[in-house]
Design a protein around this ligand. Sequence first.
Ligand code: ATP
Ligand code: MG
Length: 685
Amino acid sequence: MVGLPNNSFAHLMERDTKTYVLKRLVDEAVPRKLSIDYAAALNSQQLAAVTAGEGPSLVIAGAGSGKTRTLVYRVAYLIDSGIDPSQILLLTFTRKSSQEMLDRAGELIGVRSERVRGGTFHSVANMLLRRYGRSIGLEPGFTILDRGDAEDLIALVRSQLGLNEKDKRFPRKGTIAEMFSKSENTLRPLAEIVVEEFDHFSDHLDALEQLQRGYQASKRQRQLVDYDDLLVLLRRLVMEDEGVRRTISSLYRYILVDEYQDTNRLQADVVRHLASTHHNVMVVGDDAQSIYAFRGATFKNIMEFPALFPGTIIYKLEENYRSTQPILNLANTIIEAATERYSKHLFTRKLDGPLPVLVEAAGENAQSRFIAQKILELREEGVPLSEMAVLFRSSFHSFDLEIELSRHGLSFIKRGGVKFIETAHVKDLLAHMRVVANPLDAVSWHRVLMLVEGVGPKKAQDVMAALVKSDKPYHALREMTGRSGKGLKDLALTLESLAGSGDLRPAEQVNHIYEYYLPILKTQYDDYPKRMRDLDHLQTIAEGYQEVETFLSDLALEPPDGSAAGVEATDRDDERLVLSTIHSAKGLEWQCVFVIWIVDGRFPSVYSFSEDEGLEEERRLFYVSVTRAKRHLYLTYPINVFDRGSGMILSKPSRFLDPVSPGQLDQLVLMEEGGRADWYSRDDH
Ligand code: ATP
Ligand code: MG
């Protein structure tokens, strides 16, 4: 009976409640006139899914078969049938993809689609926890810790607990964060994770468990929430508080999820509880594209969906609309070798097209030069820059290429890898905003204090201890004496003016802190001019926000890509080539795709050779990369590359190409102009 006032009629309702069923229009008897010709835009299976009635549905199909398109049309169809758009919840992997899907739905159905709720699991969790989290002890003003902050807090708690401080073999904070996260996301005890995946740290298990408890307690006490907590706490909220569960469930009567193969148990549980009053859930996915096992995702989730949701209707899509037959043939061969797989039969009507090309380059720079040259050639032939992408396994694989592209005057945008917000100077600035928004945020206090001249780790701890005790922290800060006294006083004045001046808008706060922070930036970093540009960029982002809280949580949840330190962000997005990690290319498509570093040892990486599951995940990742291409596909590999980790010289194309027959690929060896094949060039250092 949550939400009813004390003098409610709850007792009456319990005694003689009768129900009266209000009909919903989606499964109505009288057909409503629909505004879109769905049958013309969709094939019969897609149409069946789009126009499905109430209850759970699962769309399982291979790459490029129109799963995402089906969801877009489903949104339009629901609205078209009279469903209130604000009762539709669309969950996607990035905010950008939900925005794109809703834009497309808008083109079909008009502005009503703007009222659909769309976002990632994490952003929806953030929103719901701020609104309903009180019953599990969460205040609406909680702070979100990103991965770096979480690691810093772990380090802080470790030193407070005095755990194995001298022991060099104790795992590092990044590794510890990974263990904790895996344990949360898979709902398994830490001990199991350590023994199975980090066995060499088993001796430290007791200390690690103690640290995990300390970390949890510290977060709760200070109203801090890390990424995993967003899911863990939302799950707890909807499982434990029946009133809230019912309220939320009746708010969102239609739940749609894209890329379901990359969800984990926590997310599956959340979906199940959110849908508990109506069971109107439609999820779409492809088990062969599951690439987030390291975050606890499991492709088994998608196979278990029908068991979790009895009465599920399954739809299979078999026509691929994206790629030509030669590209599809290659993709099929690659994935057929997977050990665990649910077979799908994909076909395409685009029979003609060039064969995918496998390119051998004498070294990394030859590979980069090939790509730059080919891009220019394709552009001459009429393929726009925005219809081309270069994909890679790890962010650093593109460094050499980035230099080469700049040399040729080709502008690009990079996705995935280190984010703008993860850069030290942006974090520094935001930390000041965060201590004002949540004075209990120990991680940000630590960061802010350590920037003050004369403050070291010990002093920072002492100051923090004093602040916690004081009910007027800024006053206490101003009263500090000693070597750092002046610096702390300046800090106190800055923070106080932010906190005291009522509702300063985010952009004004950024400006204010910028003035205080600029001298610090200049002494800390030699390349400060570049970093100042990032802060200008931050200012621009802040201008789009009214409230500090929304600004801070959006930045933590959906960090903007790229730092000015690496990318020239001048052109418009649509005129630029995309460089992306394969993970960040999920769900997307381009006319022409280059996948680089297809050399055995890098892709798959040497580290996954010995581990079946790891190898299978890399295979799926490769499948994801080749299925992004519509017409042109180039796989390139440098040879004679020395791998420091293993001490091996890498020279063979990826083992994932072993089952591919010669007729499925064109093979190219690069020649230097006016010369022979450049076999001995060692330009890859
Ligand atoms: P992925 O597994 O990569 O996420 P997907 O299954 O979500 O792929 P979509 O991205 O929805 O596939 O569709 C791939 C391409 O095929 C898109 O360009 C889409 O517009 C097009 N397409 C899908 N279905 C149809 C159709 N019935 N008629 C015309 N084009 C279609
Ligand atoms: Mg898709």
